[in-house]
Design a binder for this molecule. Structure first.
Ligand SMILES: [Fe+2]
Length: 246
């Protein structure tokens, strides 16, 4: 094309000063989801990180940076951008396969959930492998930073979005998680999208409320961190939960 234009004397202006986007490989770019860019972490990692990983994440990861610990051995990290959280919630609602919050759960091998929530699993959304990739690449290094000496496999079988509402399930009774450690990411805005909610760690009588969008709590799952989900009193509260190294 350039040769033909030159020979025909057609003026061309080429600039790399403006960003007009980029080409994507159609073999790896899905078109069937509401937010297809969410699936691009492997094919287009740099753009994906700029869109979806919080700029504060890299600072939190630094060995010299002290991480927030709102309750004993409960850490609090910025991981995702508000855009990631918004798109994840929209994908869940677009999917719509929320469970009914009862003990009978046909999605599980035994068909029974001891501590049920109204939720959608990542495999229902076709995002399970992507989420596990995120655990391995972004969550594992944080866990190994704060839980000194622990080598995390960053495996998880239970990866799900929970929805709390005053008119349906609004809280979660005290329980242990079946994990070595659990992450719990706030997906929407306290006092704007919902009121109430949060996590209370019973042995420490310590609560984390007004959880920040894109920030993840990280706490041990078994034995020490018996916890409950505090009541959401207004609106809808969404969190993303993974039971890591079950
Ligand atoms: Fe829990």
């Amino acid at each position: 094309m350039a040769t033909n234009m030159r020979e025909k004397g057609v003026f061309m202006y080429v600039s790399n000063m403006e960003d007009y986007g980029h080409l994507v490989d159609p073999d790896y770019f899905p078109t069937k989801y509401l937010h297809n860019d969410m699936w691009q972490m492997k094919a287009n990692r740099k753009d994906w990180e700029n869109r979806y990983i919080s700029p504060e994440y890299w600072k939190a990861l630094s060995p010299t940076e002290l991480n927030e610990m709102p309750c004993p051995d409960v850490f609090w990290f910025p991981i995702f951008t508000p855009r990631f959280c918004k798109e994840l919630v929209e994908l869940a609602n677009d999917n719509g396969g929320w469970s009914d919050g009862s003990n009978n759960d046909p999605r599980l091998a035994g068909g029974y959930e001891n501590v049920p929530t109204v939720d959608i699993h990542m495999n229902q959304m076709d995002f399970e492998q992507e989420w596990l990739w995120i655990l391995r690449h972004y969550v594992k290094p944080l866990a190994e930073k704060v839980f000194l000496g622990y080598d995390s496999d960053a495996r998880a079988i239970m990866n799900f979005i929970v929805r709390y509402r005053p008119t349906e399930q609004s809280f979660l009774r005290p329980h242990h998680d079946s994990s070595t450690y659990t992450i719990n990411v706030g997906l929407n805005r306290p006092l704007i999208d919902y009121e109430g909610g949060g996590a209370r760690f019973i042995r420490y009588n310590c609560s984390v409320v007004n959880t920040r969008v894109g920030w993840s709590l990280m706490h041990p799952g078994r034995l020490t961190h018996y916890h409950e989900g505090l009541q959401t009193t207004k609106g809808t509260r969404y969190i993303m939960v993974s039971f890591v190294d079950p």
